[in-house]
Design a protein around this ligand. Structure first.
Ligand code: GRF
Length: 225
């Protein structure tokens, strides 16, 4: 049985997808805790209502980033995690913190890394004229939004998309690839080999959202990409 600790900052829909998949598919894992850096993180209520321990380490109480990370690590380690899952956790982490969880901390980023690290990824993709956009599950390294890739999803960028429409399309795929990647880790199938991840036995580490037919039914002809 592996212990998972999930860190959130807000809505927590990825956390929710992982909690539901863990229960539904009876993973050999326990969500030991959901920890937020904001007391008003909406996802805390969902976790508590599912009998999961919750904690808040409020970053505003710590003038120094290192002090916040030390307090956060202490709280996390109280749950003896095999894996720390960053799910919309909006804090830049210190190198010491990242090193402490080396090889056992995953993140999801809403772009096809290495394109568009940082914030406003959907607008960045639109501004760059991308025809394909997506999300990436990766091991966390001290370089922001960078690290060995476990899984990626790709979605079309459609004419008329704004950042919100694109975000919603990407988010739906996040809810598929993140639980999948966490399950692979829980099952002991993920090996880190330098910058690369090997999955044993192999299975597709990608997801291509092809909603062309659904789209054709609802949009005017000729708009396609
Ligand atoms: C997701 O798009 C995730 O990729 C990004 O922040 C968003 C968090 O959403 N890091 P939620 O809190 O999981 O609903």
């Amino acid at each position: 049985m592996k212990n998972l600790v999930i860190l959130i900052s807000g809505r927590g829909s990825n956390m929710e997808a992982i909690v539901r998949a863990c229960a539904h598919d009876a993973w050999p894992a326990k969500i030991a805790a959901v920890i937020a850096n904001r007391p008003d993180a909406a996802g805390l209520a969902f976790a508590a209502s599912h009998g999961i321990a919750t904690a808040v380490v409020d970053h505003r109480q710590y003038p120094e980033r290192a002090a916040f990370d030390a307090a956060l690590a202490q709280t996390i380690d109280g749950y003896a995690p095999d894996l720390v899952v960053l799910a919309g956790f909006m804090r830049v982490l210190t190198e010491g913190f990242v090193d402490h969880y080396s090889g056992r901390m995953l993140n999801i980023h809403p772009s096809l890394l290495p394109s568009f690290p940082g914030l406003k990824t959907h607008q960045q993709a639109l501004d760059a004229g991308c025809r394909v956009h997506g999300a990436t599950v990766h091991f966390v390294t001290s370089r922001l939004d960078h690290g060995p890739i476990v899984a990626q999803s790709a979605v079309p960028v459609r004419a008329g998309d704004d950042a919100a429409a694109l975000a919603a399309r990407v988010l739906a795929t996040e809810h598929v690839i993140y639980p999948r990647a966490v399950r692979w880790f829980v099952e002991g199938r993920v090996t880190l080999d330098g910058a690369h991840v090997t999955l044993t036995p192999p299975e597709p580490q990608w997801l291509f959202l092809d909603d062309t037919n659904a789209h054709a039914n609802t949009q005017t002809a000729g708009e396609g990409v």
